[in-house]
Design a binder for this molecule. Sequence first.
Ligand code: SAH
Length: 253
Amino acid sequence: MSGWLRVVGLGPAEADWRTREVERALAEAQHVVGYHTYLARVPERSGLTRHGSDNGDELARARRGLELAQRGARVVVVSGGDAGVFGMAAAVFEALELGPPSWRNIEITVLPAVTAMLAAAARLGAPLGNDFCAINLSDNLKPWAVVEKRLALAAQADFVIALYNPASQARQEQLGQALEILRRHRTLDAVVMFARAVGRPQEQLRVTTLGTADPAWADMQTLILVGNHTTRCVAREAARPWVYTPRRLAPAP
Ligand code: SAH
């Protein structure tokens, strides 16, 4: 029997946001490998062995999945959101490149899913209506100087910017520094959105400006969106404003 490895994203939270293809992979799998917080979102069933691990152990997790598939098992490696966006997919290919040549014959499929940026944007309106970029604020795998440079250039280029991993228990100061960099290149009235735990019971959405954004509003479960210079709010009487970025951008004067 030949095994396979599917690298799947579980979406940001709600099972409704999970694709049918991902559900099928989970239903057919014999092993599911992932960070234990995400594994908790995969229902238990007989015939499915779970391999949970701590955060930060991505390469070991990827190797585990590849070894099991190589031995003929049907294996799913899970990520939150989309596996290709700051998730397990790149770790699997890194392990594959470094691993034994025989691993390259394993049938590997990456299944797309809803990433946090898209779920947050949908809740808020249409903030990604014009060109955008995504930056991972964590400096666990890259120098902080690179993050600073990318922030400055993205702000100068007037991209709508999605910030993943804005804070963690170990990293509290960096978001403040990141906002300072953005303030140097963008006006203080730029729209800033904090989307916390989107799709989960504790979901919280906050629309503010670059001038008043407070780093304390973000935690590990927060995605931040910074609008471009045209991003605007449509006010509503008793509800949070809709935020959108117009499709049209006037030529520079
Ligand atoms: N692969 C994931 C991202 C992993 S990085 C994806 O595609 O979404 C982890 C970061 O994603 C968090 O720090 C946060 O910035 C963001 N994130 C993940 N789920 C989220 C959610 N439900 N609401 C808001 N942000 C979320």
